[in-house]
Structure formats: C-alpha cells, structure tokens
Write a protein that binds this ligand. Sequence first.
Ligand code: NAD
Length: 470
Amino acid sequence: MGAQANFFDQVTQYFNEAARFTTYAPGLLEQIRVCNSVYRFDFPLRRGDTIEVIHAWRVEHSHHKLPVKGGIRYSPDVYEEEVMALAALMTYKCAIVDVPFGGAKGGIKIEPTHYSTDELERITRRYAHELTKKNFLGPGIDVPAPDYGTGEREMAWMADTYAALNPGQLDAIGCVTGKPVTQGGVRGRKEATGRGLYFALREACNEPDEMKRLGLSTGLDGKRIVVQGLGNVGYHAAKFCREGGGILIAIAEREGAIMNLKGLNEDEVFTHRKATGSILNFPGATNIESTAAALELECDVLLPAALESVFTRENAPRIKAKIILEGANGPTTPEADPIFRDKGMLVIPDIYCNAGGVTVSYFEWLKNLSHVRFGRMQKRHEQANELAMLKAIEDATGRRFSDAERAAIAKGPDEQDLVNSGLEETMIAAFHDLLKTQRETNGIPDLRIAAFVNAIHKVARSYSELGIFP
Ligand code: NAD
C-alpha cells in the first residue's frame, strides 16, 4: 500500500503544522485531532453458491456539531486509516465553509465494477441497515453522501432502507444527501463539487498579485488545464473551468491519458470513453502512455480528481504546473507539499476547494428538513416585483425591454439558481478568509496551512461555546 498506509498520519502532520500558529491547550488540540468513533464491521454477501465477506467502515471524526457528515467510498483500496483521514478532512472542510456539521466518512472495500447491480444494491442496503442498528445513520446523527465509486443510486438505496426501518419518521429522507432529485435530492448537488472547484480557481486567478508571482495573466481565460480522473468531480470541474475560459489540454484516466493543446471537450471525451471503453484514441488527440506522465505536462493548472497520494517526494520535482487545484481529497503528500512550496507553486487545498459538494449537501439536508423546494414560495413573488420594476423603468425612460431582456431580468429564482448562488457565495467568502489568514499571520507558508488554522479556530470555538474547554 506504500505511501497510502499513513493517510491519517499525513492529515495529522498538516494539522500539527497549523496548530503551531494557534495558542490552544494541547488537550483541546488533541480532542480536535482524534477520531471520536470508528466502526468497522463485516457482513456476508451471497454470490451464487458462495459467500463472500464484505468489509466496511464508518468513521465519525468529530461530534462537536451534529449531525456528522461525509461521503461513502467503494474501492478495493479502502482501509481504516484512509477512512479516518477522509473523516478528519470532512471536519475541517465543514468548518472552513461554515457548514454546521462534524466530519465523517464511510467505506466499503469492493471494486464496484466486479458486482452486478443487484449485488451492489444488497451490499448498500445491508451497509445502511448495519449503520442504522448501531446509530451511525440518521438525519440528526450521521448523514452520508456520495464519494469515489458511489453516486445518486446508492444514496437512494440508503435513504429507502433507513426510511423502511424508521416508519413515520418525518425527516427520514434527510439521512443521506446526494440523492436523485426525484427522491428528495436538490438540483445542483451532482455537479456541486466541480462547480465549487471552478469558483475556487476563478477567485485565485482573479488575484493579480498572486498571478503576477506565478508569471500568469489575471483571470481564468486561456489557462491550460490538465485533469486527472473523469468521474463526477473531474468531469464537472473540467466542464465549468472550460466554460469559464480555461483550455483542457489533457485528460487522464486509469487506462492512460490524451492530450490536445488546442483543447478537449470533456463531454465528447466522456462519450468516446463510454462507447469504446477507453479514453485513448480520441479523434484529434495524442495518446500519453500513462496517467503519471500526464501529470508532468507543462500546464498552468493541474486538477487531480481521482484518489489521494498522487504527488509524492518522487514525482513532485517533475510537476510543471503553476497551480494545483485539489479536486480529490489528499492528492498532495506532506513530502510533496514543501517541494511545491519551494517551486513557488500555488496549491489550492482540498479542504477548501472541493467543499462545494458538502455545501450543497447542506442545502439538500435543509430542503429535506423543511419539506419544501427552494424557490417555491418566492419565485413568482420576486418575478412580479422584477416585472413591476421593469415597467416603472419603461414608463420613466420610454425605453422598451425586449422579450429576451425581460425573461433574463424578471426570472424569479428557482431551486437551481438559489443553490448555485449559495455555493458561489460560500466559495468566494471562504477563499478570502484563507487569503486573509495567510497574509495576516506571520509565518503561515501557504493556503493549506491557513485553511487548517481557520478550521482549528472554528472547531475550538465550538468546544468553548459548549463549555467543554474554557
Ligand atoms: P468517481 O468515482 O465519480 O470518479 C473517479 C474517477 O477517477 C473515475 O473515473 C476513475 O476511473 C478515475 N481514476 C481512478 N484511478 C485513476 C488513476 N490512477 N488515474 C486517473 N484516473 C483515475 O469519484 P468522485 O466522486 O469524482 O471522487 C473523486 C475524488 O474527489 C475523490 O478523492 C473524492 O474523495 C473527492 N471528492 C468527491 C466529492 C463528491 O462530491 N463526489 C466531494 C469532494 C471530494
């Protein structure tokens, strides 16, 4: 397992580095750092005439706020310290974007492509059942979401299982987020992590001093982007960054990578991969022999969106990107981080920039608790006000608005508009908080440590409000 074996230690190293910039008592820092509950369990799966034992985890890192929240990962590489690390990152992430949850994470050690849909459904439902029995699932307790290898379908199975075990519980559907819209999901959740990554990159690129330091022009326009992983996060981040003016010069997947300096379209590449089973041999693009080689291409922005520990002591010196936008959780090891720092690169850290998913999950949870679609009450009211305003302007100025202008201005926000607006506000505000902390605290070396410092302050404040620590 190599470098991955100590993912929790890696997170702890970052935490300890940041803790030096605070003055909290060692006991409080220890309480923030440790995982509060680690539940490991096994259950049988019948496959034809044989029984296979499935290994699973749910880790609740911090109960300073409830419910706790974090995704569920299906991967053959899942192991306990990985789930612990991902749960810890969730605590810090929620604090950074002011989402009022503690952190958690779950994992099942399977390669999902090796199981039928029926088997995956049985595994997921059994997992949800086990969590419910042990009080590790519920809208006020622990609220999972999708992560690597899972999506809307798995969340719908979990919500249905929980609801079946809790008949009549009014808020049962809020026990998971990332559900299909027809099953209590919120519009905009699926693409939220990718959209949030775009907002984070756009904010960074709009900082003239930072761009000047990197030798880049201000703004996202024309920035050359390399993406690793064309799953939910990578696909959507690629899409929004391209639409925002970036050029996707390379996309890497498990089977290899492709490059076209004139630009790739993630949608066409996705369709090609679906049809041929591989990203390779995409018309007009050059094949690159491996994902690893693609990471070392000359580019402005490198966007890892697959798994952790991608940048190590070994390959970090060869990375030529100016900006690393951490879509995946934990792609940069603590050994690679100082190398990037010495090279003057800008690393936009995972615990901030991929927080769009949990932010919109929070909106979904609020929607589930309120039992009403966002925008339902105010859309028509706001539209009527906007139309009245347009009419007043027309009467006063004699100018007539075209139908297209009228439709664009007097729209009244629907659920998707409100979700996107809440996400944009969250990502912008959090970015400037990090920048402020980095600029105003003597010695903080980069945005990652600034992000950890902000997270530690917020969790510590929460404990002192509870009266647990003075
Ligand atoms: P996903 O399963 O939808 O996609 C992952 C993609 O990475 C797949 O297409 C897979 O084939 C590819 N991949 C795997 N190994 C690879 C390799 N060696 N090289 C290139 N590609 C490879 O998962 P996802 O939900 O997009 O999650 C990706 C990362 O983002 C994970 O680290 C996850 O923890 C993190 N993340 C996800 C969310 C979310 O909302 N889904 C939120 C925050 C962070």
